[in-house]
Design a binder for this molecule. Structure first.
Ligand code: SF4
Ligand code: SF4
Length: 83
């Protein structure tokens, strides 16, 4: 999954764009639910939150939650079957 770092300025751009509704406002800045973020695999060629975020390197790969493309796709399928 991806991770929103403390560079976030709470501009609200990313939250409505996430196809998995993985982004929400946290205590101080926006947060990504690692169980819902597929890095946009299954939806888009690149992570759309990174695409719309105006701050460079604000959204990064979560160093504690790295996944292969196959794992991300499996997560996408599971999420699709739940909703
Ligand atoms: Fe949502 Fe895609 Fe960003 Fe993950 S990478 S939080 S799925 S917009
Ligand atoms: Fe924060 Fe970037 Fe999302 Fe704006 S688009 S709320 S700066 S993570």
């Amino acid at each position: 999954s991806l991770l929103i770092t403390d560079k976030c300025i709470n501009c609200d751009m990313c939250e409505p764009e996430c196809p998995n509704e993985a982004i929400s406002m946290g205590e101080n800045i926006y947060e990504i639910n690692k169980n819902l973020c597929t890095q946009c695999v299954g939806h888009y060629d690149m992570p759309t939150c990174q695409d719309v975020c105006p701050i460079k390197n604000c959204i990064i790969i979560n160093p504690d939650h790295k996944e292969s493309r196959e794992e991300l796709y499996d997560k996408y399928v599971i999420i699709q079957n739940i909703v």
